[in-house]
Design a protein. Structure first.
Length: 112
């Protein structure tokens, strides 16, 4: 078994689009929502933000980060009339475990 958590560097791409990408969009959208005192943010997370499984640590870390960010934003923005929704879909037919799966090149004998 290869562990995605065995090296920090392979997970950087996941943080870039699963966390930093969301923050970039929020920074662009929130000033207008604040000015209008209304709006709804819908962040797409996954079941992977609620429970973690072996060998997918980086993926789960990004989803947990998005969950925490969304929950904090919900509390901060509610007084301004802005709602935050987290969509957490379960299993879907995607390439998540296929072509889009990136595995760490580091192999640990303990998991063989």
């Amino acid at each position: 078994m290869r562990s995605a958590s065995s090296s920090v560097l392979p997970g950087r791409g996941k943080y870039t689009y699963n966390v930093h990408g969301v923050v970039t969009v929020l920074k662009a959208a929130l000033p207008g929502m604040r000015a209008r005192r209304s709006g709804r943010i819908v962040n797409i997370s996954s079941f992977g933000g609620l429970a973690a499984f072996p060998a997918t640590g980086h993926y789960h870390a990004t989803r947990f980060a998005l969950e925490g960010l969304s929950e904090s934003l919900a509390a901060e923005l509610a007084p301004l009339g802005i709602a935050v929704t987290i969509a957490e879909p379960g299993g879907l037919r995607t390439q998540w475990a296929g072509e889009s799966m990136q595995q760490s090149p580091i192999r640990l004998d303990d998991y063989e």
